[in-house]
Design a protein around this ligand. Structure first.
Ligand SMILES: [Zn+2]
Length: 297
């Protein structure tokens, strides 16, 4: 048996690793549209997701601001991993002097989850902050708004979880002050989920009370409100209560709870056209988009 030199073995392993990485990078495909550069596992996936990003960008901008967004200065760079996870992603958005200058995202999930929930959620973050021209928005508003773009099925699950949480003793829900003062995501996974669910429920409640234009105007007023007097939390609470005619934030909380008890949110629908990507029947020419049922509102 010839003796194998350990240094040569290490070199072989390093070479193998480099080869594997090269194969992996070589297999990844990139699709470019006007506002997105999407990298994914293959060309069909990258093309389909880039189209979905552009579709949601236009659709959500129309819904939230009543007009199309101007093209960003540079396209958003999105890396997508298709896996069996429950879906999620992070999107970093840089804004200078009211303009979005750079967007980078890393999103993952099954193909269905990406199309139904992750892409619209993350794209709404981009559209929403572009329309406001600032990232200086409380976390609960930013996430609560983004969840409204997810599928009716996911939103129903979110509502179910918050109703179950409200019936749990001791009540695990955030107080209004806790929810509205969160600057970072909670550390525990169950608290993160609850934070999203409660934020989404509260935003849905405000949307039912006054619609998107009023919510956007209120958020704009909150951004510009004087926070030196008694701090950002009090300033935001004052702005919200005043805009929606509540005596104070406790009054707002009571109304939100009554609305939930009456099942208000279960009737709420984002009204987005439901697009389903039929992965099985896609042709060599690219993915097929199928328009599903229109939401009733
Ligand atoms: Zn989000």
């Amino acid at each position: 048996m010839p003796r194998r030199d350990p240094d040569i073995l290490i070199l072989i392993l390093v070479a193998l690793l480099i080869t594997l990485l090269a194969i992996r990078v070589g297999n990844a495909a990139t699709a470019r549209t006007e506002n997105f550069v999407v990298t994914a596992i293959d060309q069909v996936t990258a093309d389909g997701l880039a189209q979905a990003c552009e579709h949601y960008r236009a659709e959500l901008a129309r819904k939230w601001s009543g007009k199309l967004l101007a093209p960003w200065d540079s396209p958003a760079l999105i890396e997508v991993t298709v896996d069996n996870s429950s879906g999620g992603g992070t999107t970093s958005i840089w804004i200078q002097a009211g303009r979005v200058t750079n967007i980078q995202g890393r999103w993952q999930g099954t193909r269905q989850k990406l199309i139904d929930d992750v892409v619209p959620h993350e794209v709404l973050h981009c559209v929403f902050l572009s329309a406001l021209g600032t990232g200086n928005v409380p976390l609960w508003i930013n996430e609560g708004v983004a969840v409204t773009a997810e599928s009716p099925a996911e939103r129903s699950r979110s509502t179910g979880r918050i109703i179950r949480a409200l019936h749990t003793r001791p009540n695990p829900c955030f107080t209004m002050a806790e929810l509205m003062s969160q600057v970072n995501y909670p550390q525990r996974a169950d608290r993160v989920r609850l934070f999203y669910d409660q934020s989404h429920s509260l935003i849905s409640f405000l949307l039912e009370k006054g619609g998107r234009p009023k919510l956007l105007n209120t958020i704009d007023a909150g951004i510009r409100s004087d926070k030196l007097l008694d701090g950002p939390l009090a300033a935001w609470q004052r702005t919200l209560a005043g805009a929606y005619g509540f005596r104070d934030i406790a009054h707002l909380q009571n109304d939100w709870l009554s609305w939930l008890r009456q099942g208000g949110q279960t009737n709420h629908c984002v009204g987005l056209r439901r697009l389903m990507w039929n992965w099985r029947q896609r042709s060599a020419a690219g993915p097929h988009w199928h328009q599903g049922q229109q939401c009733p509102t």
